[in-house]
Design a protein around this ligand. Structure first.
Ligand code: FES
Ligand code: FES
Length: 167
């Protein structure tokens, strides 16, 4: 049986910017984002798919980046929390609402929750509180008790709705 290659090339887009790197096949996507690309907004908590802190979008679907190898993302378009804000001078409505509604304390869970909630609002622009809570079920927060997170998502949904508050 031939030896497994020591390194493989991976080409992908992260937050709209193309990258090409040669990496060990065992490198996790979370570590690739953080250590190869310096995008440390993606947090790593449990490293086995439970906490959701490492959630990113892979081709617009949420994925736990600690459960994917970087080479599995070859050719994909990834969005991390760094890609949410439209510019360095303007927060995304979700970020704005989390700030206003105190939807975070230590903030460790926040990047993964923002990404999950962005996906939720895209699929369901007017979620009920129950639907928001269901959407949050893959993201653990040990600080907030979730009340203000739900409130923040509600605020962001209202602003993002057609005819809602402007961004
Ligand atoms: S670090 Fe990936 S799910 Fe916890
Ligand atoms: S704000 Fe601390 S884990 Fe959620």
């Amino acid at each position: 049986m031939p030896d497994a290659p020591d390194k493989l090339e991976v080409s992908l887009t992260v937050n709209g910017r193309p990258y090409r790197r040669t990496v060990e096949p065992r490198l996790l996507l979370s570590d690739f984002l953080r250590h190869e690309l310096g995008l440390t907004g993606t947090h790593v908590g449990c490293e086995h798919g439970v906490c959701g802190a490492c959630t990113v979008l892979v081709d617009d679907e949420t994925a736990r980046s600690c459960l994917m190898l970087a080479v599995q993302a070859d050719g994909a378009a990834i969005t991390t929390v760094e890609g949410l804000a439209p510019s360095s001078a303007q927060l995304h409505p979700l970020q704005e609402a989390f700030w206003e509604a105190h939807g975070l304390q230590c903030g460790f869970c926040t990047p993964g929750i923002l990404i999950s909630m962005q996906a939720l609002l895209r699929a369901n622009p007017s979620p009920t509180d129950q639907e928001i809570r269901a959407g949050l079920s893959g993201n653990l927060c040990r600080c907030t008790g979730y009340q203000n997170i739900v409130k923040a998502v509600r605020i962001a949904a209202a602003r993002l709705a057609p005819g809602g508050e402007t961004l």
